[in-house]
Design a protein around this ligand. Sequence first.
Ligand code: IFM
Length: 434
Amino acid sequence: MNFNRTDFPKGFLFGAATSSYQIEGHQFGGAGPTHWDTFATGPGNVVRQENGALACDHYHRYPEDFALMKQAGFDSYRFSTSWARVMPDGINVNPEGLDFYDKLVDSMLENGLKPAATLYHWELPSALSDRGGWTNRDVAKWFGDFTATIMGRIGDRMESVAAVNEPWCVTWLSHYIGHHAPGLRSLRAAARSMHHVMLAHGTAISTMRDMGMSNLGGVFNMEYANPADNSPEAARAAQLYDGIYNRFFLSGALRGEYPADVLEGIEPHLPDGWQDDFPVITAPLDWVGVNYYTRKNLRFDDTPWPSLEEVEGDLPKTALDWEIYPEGLAFFLKRTHEEYSKGLPIYVTENGMASDSGFDDQDRIAYLNAHFAAAKDAMDAGVPLAGYYVWSLMDNFEWAHGYKSRFGMVHMDFESLKRTPKASYEALKIALTR
Ligand code: IFM
């Protein structure tokens, strides 16, 4: 890498991130079915109809994974807790699931890794999905109960906790675009889920606060919205994309309002009385997490609202055809600080790339160098950035892209489950330990 630990302030957390369904092996330990298991059976939903049943078998092999993290000098591990493992039907508790996370957290600590938990990283129990999932207002209460249950067991050892990973993916991507479970393509379902995810976020934060926990945050994914051409229409299209993707969730959690340009399309579909929920949604946060990967180029087309068309851009791309645009990370860190979080510590909670280059992933090293440099620029401009988590520790189940798409610093042989560090892992190890 072209930076090392000493280029960042003392106490800055260098971490790696994963999520439960993507690595654990959902078939183990009495976990219940999730909406991703169902979604994966639908034709064309997931590459090769793969699912998370085995994944990286982190369920049994976590000691090896944490040893790798320790050897590389990471300070913190960002993981998530599977609702369906802890509560297979979303309501009743599976003691084996709680025992697993208890042991997992102890093992992190034994390896010198500060546990940074995310309560929900997308595997909704099927039983709750059957009851409407994120489109049902009751999801906020169910999620509060899950929060109390899992944090009642491991909450005493957390460095930090976030409620929901990437609200845009949980809602718009999954209920309007239909690329993720449950695969709906409905503006009404999307609008309802957008509001309910915010309500669930606030409910979880208050639940943990009432349990005496601290260092609680929100994790938002952000994509830079670039006008596809120089026309005023393209500028408006980019503005609207930015509203739906980036400003809606940040503004809900940190300002207690939804942006007017997004309300223009979704307000008729929001549940009655949505305005009265902001006291819950704005439960005070201690930090904000930014997940950043790419930018999109936008213009309008003649489809119904929001009438957005994504146009292929001309920047270099990752293996998933995502444009590489590090300037977007600096932009979001500054904007989040100046306009939303106003002085709260910020973390880059995810950043990384899909690459087909195998063990010698020089492209990933270059990507990370450019994005860490952008983060440093933002810090020089006054952003209180307190840590940076690379996505991901190891190749894993990349949702609709199955196991084909590789984001890991550690290579996974999905037949033998052998872990092999790639060049990016070795480069970060030098940066963090020298
Ligand atoms: O793998 C995902 C992760 O689950 C959420 N953020 C983006 C990553 C890469 O697509």
